[in-house]
Design a protein around this ligand. Structure first.
Ligand SMILES: C[S@@+](CC[C@H](N)C(=O)[O-])C[C@H]1O[C@@H](n2cnc3c(N)ncnc32)[C@H](O)[C@@H]1O
Length: 296
């Protein structure tokens, strides 16, 4: 296995894929028996942990992050800031299918990337759906690659329109990588946005130490997930300030963290009586033409 082959993480996509299907966020074609089995195997331990978290479960956290990312994308597409999306490590998520279909008339380009095994699985399953947007593509894209056919630079160069505002997403990816790798990804993402005329934004879920990870059961659960993914789980930034600094070092012009509490009422997010345990980072770059309104 080369350093760039991190397919040990891929089974986790079955679990999240099953959750998206359960809540109508993915078509049934993207739901796997493996995902279902994992979901029910973990249900008991997660419920036990949730008792200490005021009823917060992994499923609720996943829904919070997925819906907030959807919302920020829909908003940016509606007001014309974003005309194309690259979802890195998309796994079995139905977002590409859903959003490309929803914004088909606007010609939204949606590029989903993942490692070869997952890409083959996803393409096979998507082939069962007859109503896909012609602008929705699934490609091999390695988040760690600096160059070569599966690097973001090359994939984007071949398939994206450098005149459109771009959104780059990672969801459920960062915690499986050490800070050095995350920095490398962020540098590549910022470079892509800086090299396009309209720039764009980056969205990802992020667990900060100071607010979100105080609850011990969540730490234990995420560590267990790391063992399952055979690579450990990493928490990178203790505070929002350190996260922003790291994004600035990578080349982003600005960044902020969205917390579920801010969006709960508007987005009908599953709540909890405890504190927010996830955040969504939104970082941006104005691109080559400068002030084009992409920065919120
Ligand atoms: C936890 S899953 C998340 C999938 C999806 N984003 C979601 O939220 O449902 C992690 C995904 O990362 C992918 N992955 C692992 N290493 C990768 C890499 N180096 N480059 C791109 N994708 C990678 C896996 O194949 C898997 O689909």
């Amino acid at each position: 296995m080369s350093e760039l082959d991190t397919s040990r993480i891929s089974p986790t996509a079955h679990y999240t894929g099953y959750v998206w299907c359960r809540h109508g966020l993915s078509p049934a074609a993207l739901c796997t028996a493996t995902g279902r089995a994992m979901f029910y195997a973990l249900k008991g331990p997660i419920f036990a942990a949730s008792l200490a978290l005021g009823g917060m479960t992994l499923e609720k956290m996943l829904l919070q992050r997925h819906r907030i990312i959807d919302h920020l994308l829909d908003e940016a597409i509606a007001d014309g800031r974003i005309g194309q999306i690259v979802e890195v490590a998309a796994g079995l998520s139905g977002r590409g299918y859903r959003l490309a279909k929803r914004h088909r008339e606007a010609g939204l380009i949606y590029l989903e990337g993942d490692l070869p095994g997952m890409v083959a699985r996803k393409r096979k399953r998507l082939a069962q759906l007859s109503d896909r947007s012609p602008h929705h593509q699934v490609v091999e894209l390695n988040a760690l690659a600096d160059q070569g056919p599966d690097s973001l630079a090359q994939v984007a160069g071949e398939r994206l329109d450098s005149q459109r505002g771009t959104a780059i997403i990672t969801e459920g990816l960062l915690n499986y990588f050490p800070e050095q790798d995350v920095q490398g990804m962020w540098r590549r993402f910022a470079q892509l946005l800086a090299g396009s005329s309209q720039g764009g934004m980056y969205l990802s879920d992020l667990h900060l130490d100071d607010h979100t990870l105080a609850p011990l059961p969540i730490r234990i659960f995420l560590k267990a997930l790391g063992i399952f993914a055979r690579g450990g789980v990493h928490f990178h930034y203790q505070s929002e300030g350190l996260m922003r600094q790291s994004l600035a070092d990578a080349g982003f012009a600005g960044a902020r963290l969205h917390r579920p509490g801010e969006h709960r009422e508007k987005l009908d997010l599953p709540g909890s009586s405890g504190p927010d345990v996830i955040g969504i980072v939104q970082a941006w770059h104005p691109g080559g033409d400068g002030d084009n309104g992409v920065c919120p």
